[in-house]
Design a protein around this ligand. Structure first.
Ligand SMILES: Nc1ncnc2c1ncn2[C@@H]1O[C@H](COP(=O)(O)O)[C@@H](OP(=O)(O)O)[C@H]1O
Ligand SMILES: [Mg+2]
Length: 253
């Protein structure tokens, strides 16, 4: 797993370079069939990742946001790669730097390896079963990741939230949580910040796709956290044809 993690990190860094090049030179924005925005950078990162994963000795089916129809299905051992080449496309377009490359290895519905890189913030979050979870800074230094403990009853919950999506259900959920402060953040960085101990909880009561969460979910699991549906079951990736996650809550401790 350690060797595979390093290979996947190298692929994600290559995708970072492709994205950063588009970011630097400027880009136009198109709308996909579902009306969500897409740029040249999403496709460039997808191409790099597909090429990289196909060269690995471990040959697995790939489900990428940019070619979901090309997914051939989970293999006989219950495994597949789950990829969001550029999560936070809206943040990319707004140029606020909060976007990520996401590659996860799923086995029997569970993310067992994950790599999340932020091309402009120059940070990576990596994890695998049997290896642990680490943050990698711009100079390549690695720091083990651990979630924070549950906040004392007098303290505020540090809540992560989307910059673009809020719902009445989320407002009601937060009301029940108690005292909290909300930190808005684009992309899968929300889950990574919980893995780092910088936030406590991320309730997502609104649509996301499997590829938005798989890689950062792996990081959070290895850092001691969890991601659960509203009835307390682990968020599961065993039915990729559904594409959509149910509502979920990511917890540190
Ligand atoms: N109506 C919808 N259906 C499915 N996924 C949605 C959605 N609205 C937003 N998302 C997902 O939410 C992600 C953005 O989340 P956030 O606002 O927390 O950064 C998007 O990722 P992309 O940017 O990769 O398209 C997209 O996949
Ligand atoms: Mg996404």
């Amino acid at each position: 797993m350690q060797a595979l993690l390093e290979q996947v990190l190298a692929i994600a860094y290559e995708a970072d370079d492709a994205i950063a090049a588009v970011y630097a030179r400027g880009f136009s924005v198109e709308l996909k069939d579902d009306n969500s925005p897409v740029t040249e950078a999403d496709q460039a990162a997808h191409d790099v990742i597909m090429r990289g994963l196909k060269k690995l000795s471990l040959q697995l089916p790939i489900l990428s946001e940019e070619d979901a129809d090309g997914f051939v299905g989970i293999n006989s051992e219950g495994r597949y790669w789950l990829v969001d080449p550029l999560d936070g496309t809206k943040e990319f377009i707004k140029r606020n730097d909060e976007f990520t490359v996401n590659i996860a290895l799923i086995e029997n519905g569970k993310p067992i390896l994950g790599v999340v890189t932020a091309p402009v913030l120059n940070v990576a979050y990596i994890a695998a079963e049997g290896v642990g979870a680490f943050k990698v800074d711009a100079s390549g230094h690695r720091y083990p990741l651990h979630v924070a403990g549950r906040p004392p009853s007098s303290a505020c919950w540090r809540v992560m939230g989307s910059r673009s999506h809020f719902s009445p259900d989320l407002a009601a959920w937060l009301e029940r949580l108690g005292k909290y402060e909300m930190q808005p953040m684009g992309s899968s960085l929300k889950l990574c910040l919980i893995a780092e101990g910088k936030a406590d909880v991320y309730p997502r009561l609104g649509p996301t796709c499997l590829w938005d969460t798989g890689a950062a979910h792996a990081v959070l699991l290895q850092a001691g956290g969890r991601v659960e549906t509203l009835d307390g079951q682990p968020l599961c990736y065993a039915n990729p044809s559904a594409k959509l996650n149910p509502d979920f809550v990511a917890w540190g401790s």
